[in-house]
Each structure stands twice: as C-alpha cells, then as structure tokens.
Design a binder for this molecule. Structure first.
Ligand SMILES: C[S@@+](CC[C@H](N)C(=O)[O-])C[C@H]1O[C@@H](n2cnc3c(N)ncnc32)[C@H](O)[C@@H]1O
Length: 252
C-alpha cells in the first residue's frame, strides 16, 4: 500500500482531539468538551488566534490544511474572516466538521477532502494558510510546503506547526518507544511522524521571506496533568527551550 494511503487509513480511524472527550461523536457536548480542553492545554494557540484579531480578517481568505474535525477552523471563522476553507485527507474528519459547520458555521465556512501535497485550489487563492500538526505526517513535506506557497497570494502569510526533534516529548517517546499519535492504543503507530530541527525547518521554508520560528508547548497528551500544574509563563519558557511544537510564521 502506498504510504499516503497508510497515513489516510490511520487518520480515518483516529480523529484527532477525541482524546479530550467521551461524549458521543458530533454531539454539542462533544464539541464543547473538546474545545474547552484543547484551548486549556494549547495556551499558545489561544495567543496566536488572539493576535490575528487585529488583522482586519473580514477582508481575508483563510485555508486550514489538515483541519481534522475543524475545532480550530471554527474558532478562526468566528474571528470574521471573509472566507474560511478547511481541508483534510480523511472523509471521517470532514464529515464531522461539515456537520458542525452546517449547524453553527455560517456562510463563510466550508470543508472538503483534499491532500496537502496536491491542493485543489488555483495559485494565489488565499491570504492566510494555517496548518497545525499536519504536514509532518505526509510522505513529502516538501510537496506540502510548495503547495502552501503556491496557493498563497503574494504577501500572504503561512502559520504552520511541525514537530520539533530537540524536545522533551521526542526524547521521552524515543526512549520508551511510545506512539506519537494514539495515546489510547500503545500498539498503534501513525505511519509517518517526522520531526525537525529549527535549522531544517528554516531550510524547508526557504522559498518564503520573513520566516520566524520558535518552539513552544513542552508537554503533550500523556503529560497533560503535568502541564496543568505548571503556570503558563513557565511552560512558555520551557517551550522556548525544549518545546514539542515548532511554530513557523512565514510570508510569501
Ligand atoms: C494530528 S491531526 C491534526 C488535526 C488538527 N490540525 C488539529 O490540530 O487538531 C493530523 C491531521 O492531518 C491530516 N493529514 C495527514 N496527512 C494529510 C495530507 N497529506 N493532507 C491533508 N491532511 C492530512 C490527518 O487526516 C489528520 O486529521
């Protein structure tokens, strides 16, 4: 089986963020629970999204790549972007996201199935491309980054998170041979989970200008209880040194 098909099969069976809830998939409680828990832990996302509020988003077209069940997509749509499109490789995630969009998304938001390595959009179609925890799972991150560059308008902005190799999370996962993406099933490993140094990330985004990269978010799923006990300023300092998320901000 081709590697992309194996990646797709894995994610069809593992909807991201369901670790946060036991409510029935697609129910209002399911989304409320996930949203509350996700932003409680992902303090850096709350800060990132707040920073976008002042960017006159009603003029802008936003694409989220690898949106999963659309938690961030809906959060971003609420900021008032002119158009918001979420794409994901899997039918399962897009079905859940689309159902919610019909209920509470408004006209500017839609979801569709698409592969980050060959996006179904014309050149220069978007002002902002956001992708969080996705393109390190696709067989060719180079193809995915070339596609982000292609669909961005000149001057457009890419906000991308990929995993950081020099991080506490990676050291622990390698030492104990833990799977990165299925904390409820320790035998089930995502077929592609690449990790990068800051220098490698900078090289990957070399077609962009004004590239800023920092690491953040020192703990992940299995360490959630630890994270909640540590004040955010301390988590942020740890994150800058040994964080799991490489946060990339780049301009076309
Ligand atoms: C770790 S989840 C992240 C989901 C979401 N961005 C979030 O932060 O909750 C990875 C997602 O990337 C998607 N994905 C993996 N490879 C992809 C590809 N080549 N094209 C589009 N989506 C892909 C998976 O289907 C999955 O929904």
């Amino acid at each position: 089986m081709a590697e992309l098909d194996r990646v797709r099969d894995f994610w069809e069976d593992h909807l991201n963020n369901e670790i946060y809830t036991d409510f029935e998939r697609g129910s209002p409680e399911y989304f409320e629970d996930i949203e509350r828990q996700r932003y409680r832990h992902h303090y850096h996302l709350v800060e990132l999204f707040a920073s976008l509020e002042g960017e006159a988003p009603d003029q802008k077209r936003l694409l989220e790549i690898g949106c999963g069940i659309g938690i961030d997509t809906l959060f971003l749509a609420r900021l008032g972007f002119g158009e918001v499109v979420g794409v994901d490789l899997t039918e399962a995630a897009i079905a859940v996201a689309s159902e919610r969009a019909r209920a509470e998304g408004g006209n500017a938001l839609r979801f569709e199935v698409a592969n980050s390595e060959s996006l179904p959009f014309p050149d220069a179609r978007f002002d902002l491309v956001y992708s969080f925890g996705v393109i390190h799972h696709t067989p060719s991150i180079e193809n995915a980054i070339a596609e982000i560059h292609r669909v961005l308008a000149p001057g457009g902005r890419a906000l991308v998170m990929i995993y950081h190799r020099h991080s506490l999370v990676d050291w622990i996962h390698r030492a104990f041979r833990l799977p990165y993406e299925s904390p409820r099933d320790l035998e089930d490993h995502c077929p592609v989970v690449n990790r990068y140094s800051k220098a490698e990330a900078r090289q990957l985004f070399s077609a962009f200008s004004g590239v800023e990269i920092h690491s953040d978010y020192p703990f992940t799923h299995g360490m959630r209880a630890v994270g909640l006990r540590i004040p955010v300023p301390l988590q942020r300092s740890l994150g800058r040194a040994i964080g799991w998320h490489l946060m990339i901000d780049a301009r076309k």
